[in-house]
Design a protein around this ligand. Structure first.
Ligand SMILES: [Zn+2]
Ligand SMILES: [Zn+2]
Length: 102
C-alpha cells in the first residue's frame, strides 16, 4: 500500500465525489471536477492553487488534499518531483544526444 495516494479535505476529511464540480471563478466559469485535472481549469488553463471543500466550505491548498499514508510532507514533495520532472528532462536530454551528429 506504500505510496497509495488518497484525496480528502484536510479540514473535515470529506472525500470529493466524481460528480462534484468546482467553478472557475473569477475566470471562465467552467464547471468541472478539479481533482481530474490537478486543479487546472479545462476551459482556460488556469491552475488554481487553492481548492474549496464542498462539504465544509474551507479553502485549502490543492496539494494539501493529497495524502500519502507512509510519507511525511518532505518525502511527498520529493516523490512528486521525482515522478514528474526527471522523466521530461531525460526525454529532452535524449533528444539532444540523438541530434548531435559528428
Ligand atoms: Zn477557466
Ligand atoms: Zn472539508
Amino acid at each position: 500500500m506504500k505510496g497509495k495516494r488518497e484525496i480528502y479535505c484536510p479540514h473535515c476529511a470529506c472525500r470529493p465525489q466524481p460528480e462534484d464540480r468546482w467553478e472557475c471563478t473569477p475566470g471562465c466559469g467552467t464547471l468541472w471536477n478539479t481533482f481530474w485535472t490537478g486543479a487546472v481549469c479545462p476551459g482556460c488553463g488556469q491552475r488554481w492553487p487553492d481548492t474549496e471543500c464542498l462539504a465544509c466550505g474551507e479553502v485549502s491548498l490543492h496539494e494539501d488534499w493529497y495524502h500519502y499514508p507512509d510519507e511525511d510532507e518532505t518525502q511527498e514533495a520529493w516523490v512528486y518531483s521525482k515522478e514528474t520532472v526527471p522523466i521530461g528532462e531525460e526525454a529532452v536530454f535524449r533528444n539532444v544526444v540523438d541530434q548531435r551528429d559528428d
